[in-house]
Ligand binder design. Structure first.
Ligand code: SF4
Length: 489
């Protein structure tokens, strides 16, 4: 074995699609290439030991915002104990600002952008000469038809125990300045027949949980309908054998044909992740996000009212021009539309994104360490930003977790943002913690808060008891547990 492909996934259940693409496209080097995945939090020495056990000549690391610090340590130790091993980096985190990164200094080579065909070419040059002169190589983007599909590289164990990531297209035509996909300027579809043949193969091997990483699944409605038809056929052919598919949608593009298709799916089969990011037109203009807010709101409401899809909608706090008040108004508007989850994101300065053009006029201050979260801007000072960060954390624990589906609407009342912010401030003051709050302790705190705001103690206890009744535990067979809790409520 000569070449090892490695990365640190955020969780064991996340099987790396990127590494499998690289392996599928290794050409004549494929037989001499292997994948070794790790999970963040693993001991650096143990990872180095596992890598060395393969006796590789080249190790390629996939570097992402969630693993760059640990990969940096791993590369440093690997180069100390085995300096003869050639280290090649790739992935979004090292595709920009390469001159400023410690991990790049430690490595031998870096591929920016698409690595599918450039990585095997670089490996061939390293192994057979002539030795590549440049350290940083811009990834070549081949026609989509020339890319080998990676799906047969998911093992039976992956299919049984992990999320299967798939992509029907790459890239995004929109230009939201906080997003790395803004640099793509367009989306490139894979041939839909080829793609669906691969999905057929995965399904036949037992895959039932498909997560589409396409940035905009509903860009080409004809293709979206073909893909949905594929899953509907499976469900209709065997209703007792559920399938679960996750798609990212742009919210203001939902023609009737797509709605009709969506409405046919049974409960627990679809999850939609929808980016709203901000309902504030001035903020949208500032960050070059084109969005018809009325259409987006109408479509989210339609999906909540007429489909059985699990709805996860994203907002971002800390964008230039967004005050706490305007963010609160957007949050309340979104909550009123009825999604199961609101992902309360805090702005991050992703390497390469154009958002930095607002740094001076809006006083953007970012944490210099990953994930480069915003710390303050001219409208939101540091202490207030910290309150928003805690809001986001507690919102995940209480609302998004699906543990308190009966209690949350009461807790939020008529002013969801304001009431939850008051709860978050109180919870922090009384626990001094944002992590490691056991569920029973959290439930007790929620009950105390309700009593604190004037609810009779026995009513608060009764309300909480509804969320923890044993019957509530019935989970849908395929959907991830959190989503199943929302759908069972
Ligand atoms: S935020 Fe979504 S729509 Fe905007 S550029 Fe990124 S992927 Fe595209």
């Amino acid at each position: 074995m000569t070449i090892l492909l490695s990365t640190l996934n955020a969780r064991y259940t996340h099987a790396s699609l990127g590494l499998r693409y690289l392996l599928a496209n290794m050409g004549e080097l494929r037989e001499r290439t292997k994948i070794q995945e790790f999970v963040i939090g693993a001991k650096t020495t143990e990872m180095v030991e596992r890598i060395l056990a393969h006796q590789p000549r080249i190790v390629g690391f996939g570097v992402y915002i969630w693993n760059v610090e640990e990969t940096n340590k791993l590369v440093a130790m690997l180069k100390r104990v085995a300096p003869h091993i050639v280290v090649v980096l790739g992935g979004p985190e090292v595709s920009h600002e390469t001159g400023e990164q410690d991990i790049v200094r430690q490595a031998d080579y870096v591929i920016t952008g698409w690595g599918d065909v450039t990585f095997p070419k670089l490996c061939g040059e390293i192994l057979n000469g002539p030795k590549p002169l440049m350290k940083v190589h811009a990834g070549h983007q081949p026609p989509m038809a020339e890319l080998a599909m990676p799906y047969s590289l998911y093992t039976d164990d992956d299919i049984k125990n992990r999320t299967i990531y798939v992509e029907a297209s790459r890239g995004c035509p929109f230009k939201c300045e906080f997003c790395l996909s803004a640099l793509d300027k367009t989306a490139w579809p894979f041939n839909v027949d080829t793609f669906l043949a691969e999905m057929e193969g995965l399904h036949a091997r037992g895959a039932r949980l498909f997560k589409f990483v396409d940035r905009t699944f509903n860009l080409n409605i004809k293709t979206s309908l073909r893909i949905m038809r594929f899953f509907l056929d499976k469900l209709e052919a065997n209703p007792d054998d559920p399938v679960y598919a996750h798609f990212e949608l742009v919210p203001d593009h939902l023609p009737d044909a797509l709605k009709e298709g969506i409405a046919k799916f049974p409960a627990g089969a679809l999850q939609f992740e929808i980016g709203i990011q901000s309902f504030n037109p001035e903020v949208q203009t500032l960050v070059s996000r084109k969005q018809d807010n009325q259409k987006a709101a109408d479509n989210i409401r339609w999906l909540c009212d007429h489909s059985t899809a699990h709805m996860h909608v994203d907002l971002i706090a800390g964008l230039p021009g967004e005050t706490v008040e305007s963010f609160a108004a957007g949050f309340n508007k979104l909550w009123a539309l009825g999604p199961h989850e609101i992902q309360f994101g805090i702005l991050k300065r992703l390497r390469g994104t154009p958002i930095i053009r607002h740094t001076e006029p809006f006083g953007l201050v970012f944490d210099p360490h990953p994930p480069y979260t915003i710390l303050a801007n001219k409208d939101i000072d540091f202490p207030t930003m910290q309150r928003l960060v805690r809001f986001a954390r507690y919102w995940d624990l209480v609302a998004n977790s699906g543990r308190f589906t009966h209690t949350v609407p009461v807790l939020l009342g008529e002013a969801p943002f304001e009431n939850f912010m008051a709860f978050a401030d109180w919870l922090y003051a009384n626990t001094d913690a944002t992590h490691r709050i056991a569920l029973d302790r959290l439930a007790g705190m929620v009950q105390r808060w309700l009593a604190h705001t004037g609810m009779a103690a026995e009513d608060a206890a009764r309300l909480l008891a509804r969320d923890f009744a044993p019957a509530k535990a019935k989970a849908q067979a395929v959907a991830p547990q959190r989503q199943a809790r929302h759908l069972a409520a």
